[in-house]
Structure formats: structure tokens, C-alpha cells
Design a protein. Sequence first.
Length: 155
Amino acid sequence: MKENTASWQFEIVSLLITSVLVIVIMLPIFKNVPDFPFLIYNLLAITAFFTFIRYIFLLRFTPFARYAPIKVVMIFLAIPIFIYFMDGMSSFQNMLDEDGTYSMVSHLEIGKQMPISNYIRSEMIFFGTGALIGTFCLPFRMIISIWRVINRGTV
């Protein structure tokens, strides 16, 4: 029972840290681009990036480390999540090709447009790509973990 309580505490602390990181990363965009068209996608990509990377490398500390049904659900849930992130990255790339990020920051003074525009582009590409990679790797990690729990008794 003590081990399960510790894993739930780790999960809650991890979610709080993820929330703080999302706010800190999105703060420049919140402050400078009030009508950010990729807000939901960006929030989900950052959250998925940190959460999936944590599940890939620190799975043994999660509350469901030895519970196979949740892992099976995560394996199949990764497919639509991957498609969603691919669609979001494609939409963002199309916006970059057609309008550029300057269309979002044109209301700012000239000295702020370039840094915020570069930040948006870099942050979206980094976390979008990271979320895609994490979403792609997560099912393999879950399959390995299920196999280990059944055959070796480890996570």
C-alpha cells in the first residue's frame, strides 16, 4: 500500500510540475499574442511531450506500472493522438508557409515582433515534434513493459 501511495504522490507532483512548465513556456505567447490560433494544440503538445517522456523513462514510478489494461488503452490511444499532432504540425507549417508568424505579431512594436515570432516558431516546432516522437515511442514502451511484467515480474 505504501508503494502505491508513493506512486500516486509522484504522479500528482509530476502533473503539477508539468502544469507549471506549460504556464512558463506559454507565458510569452499569452502576454504578447492574445489571439494565438494554435493555443489548444500548443498546450496539448507541451503537456503530451512532458507526460509521454515521463511515461517512457519513468514508467516504474507511475501508479499503473503493473496494470496492463491501462497500458493496452494507451497503446491504442496513441494512434489518434499521433494523427492529431501530425495534423496540428501540418496546419502550423501551412500557416508558416502562407502567412508566417508575423501575421500573429503584427500588432506589437517592431522591436518585439522578431523575437516573439522566432520564439513561437521554435517552441511550436520543438514541442510539436517532441510530442510526435513521444507519441510514437509510447506504445513500444508499453508493449515492452507489459511483456516484462508478465515474463520477468519487472516494469
